[in-house]
Design a protein around this ligand. Structure first.
Ligand SMILES: NC(=O)c1ccc[n+]([C@@H]2O[C@H](COP(=O)([O-])OP(=O)(O)OC[C@H]3O[C@@H](n4cnc5c(N)ncnc54)[C@H](OP(=O)(O)O)[C@@H]3O)[C@@H](O)[C@H]2O)c1
Length: 371
């Protein structure tokens, strides 16, 4: 019976991974251990259940998670949980936990690199470990502008990281490969995860607000035709579980992405947001605008976006605008070769993202990405 340790289950991706497993008909044959930050098991359990409720699981499905499924721990202090003997029985790990923020979190390196390495080294000593799936990020490859990034390409070390987050994600992959050479380690790098095909942004408004903000401003740093490699969180979760349990995988590195053909041009996002909100598209008014030019109009942000801190909005434009300008696609041939279906196109569920964010201001929606 697989005994899977999942980290980050109180978050967006880890929550979707648990959701995916709980919906499987053979779920009774799987044991789960969930690493979560909390003072005690009861508090950890309640954090996990509250997150899973966003995925509309039934009471019966939720009942499969109990306090015994909880491992209390913080990757900033891994020595406090790595001696738990339940880890010795783990057969697979899906490591979703990380500080996934573009902000300047002072413990970013401590959690994403130092703590994660200690945790990986501990799991490398588990005799029955069959797979350690580590969730990276496609942007860690620092792709060239306008390029397609293929899975067999080395990271572009000559390009500069736009944020420390991507540097930390690249560093930990390299360190685990160096220091745990015998561990059955697989890296899955998702592109940009936005919403859920069934529940829209209910599980998380992460990044969707960037599109809404750009549409409201009728300006952003990218062209109107720029391609955005977006995947839904439930697709990402399905792939992670497959990479975790599939006995026959050929590679130790995968992109989870929409691939060359399925990227969504920004103008299409505008069209489908307009349709779902019953508003006009901005096609005739959109203006590609540099960060520098945005600084000059910062005082208008409140009028356009509602109550907000113009400094934070400018910072968001700088951080997310830098990625949007890249106009990059991530090839997903390895998943296609495994017979894994393509992700649902963003346009097919944008309406659900619009509905589930209705009535919330940009300031409210963006909070999730500035923890
Ligand atoms: N969202 C995307 O677009 C995207 C794209 C590519 C890759 N990824 C990767 O996907 C993974 C999950 O991201 P996400 O979007 O799900 O982010 P998220 O919603 O912020 O979830 C992050 C998870 O990591 C946990 N975590 C953070 N610091 C921790 C610590 N010190 N010790 C233990 N757990 C800790 C969080 O726990 P708390 O609830 O206690 O904070 C939460 O459960 C990350 O590795 C990220 O790099 C995400």
């Amino acid at each position: 019976m697989p005994n899977i340790l999942i980290t980050g289950a109180s978050g967006f991706v880890g929550g979707a991974v648990v959701e995916h497993i709980l919906r499987q008909p053979l779920v009774d044959n799987v044991q789960l251990l969930l690493l979560v930050r909390a003072d005690d098991k009861a508090a950890g359990f309640s954090r996990i259940i509250n997150n899973l409720k966003k995925f509309e699981l039934s009471e019966q499905q939720l009942a499969l998670i109990t306090e015994d499924s909880i491992l209390i721990g913080d990757l900033a202090e891994p020595e406090n949980f790595i001696n738990d003997t339940r880890l010795d029985n783990i057969t697979q790990v899906i490591n979703c936990a990380a500080i996934a923020s573009f902000g300047n979190n002072p413990v970013l390196w401590k959690v994403n690199v130092d703590g994660t390495l200690i945790f990986a080294k501990r799991m490398a000593r588990v005799k029955g470990l069959q797979r350690f799936v580590h969730v990276g990020t496609a942007m860690a490859s620092m792709p060239d502008k306008g390029s397609v990034f293929y899975e067999d390409m080395p990271d572009n070390d000559h390009n500069e990281d736009l944020v420390q987050y991507t540097a930390s994600k690249r560093a930990i992959e390299k360190l685990i490969r160096q220091e745990c050479p015998l561990m059955p380690f697989v890296v899955a790098r998702p592109s940009i995860i936005v919403g859920h095909t069934q529940f829209g942004c209910r599980p998380s408004s992460s990044i969707f607000w960037v599109f809404l903000m750009a549409i409201k401003l009728k300006k952003f740093t990218c062209t109107f035709d720029a391609n955005i490699d977006v995947i839904p969180v439930d697709y990402c979760a399905m792939v992670l579980v497959n990479l975790c349990l599939n006995q026959d995988i050929q590679h130790d590195f995968y992109h989870i992405s929409s691939g060359e053909e399925m990227c969504t041009p920004f103008h299409e996002i505008d069209t489908f947001v307009a349709k779902a909100s019953n508003t006009k598209t901005i096609i005739d008014e959109y203006k590609q605008t540099s960060y520098q030019d945005f600084t000059g109009i910062r005082k208008q942000f409140k009028n356009i976006l509602g109550p907000c801190n113009d400094k934070i909005i400018l910072r968001a434009i700088k951080l997310y605008g830098g990625f949007a300008e890249l106009d990059v696609k991530f090839d997903n041939q390895r998943l296609m070769d495994m017979g894994i279906p393509k992700p649902a196109p963003f346009r097919s569920y944008i309406d659900k993202c619009v509905t589930t964010t209705r009535g919330q201001s940009i300031s409210e929606l963006m909070m999730v990405d500035f923890k």
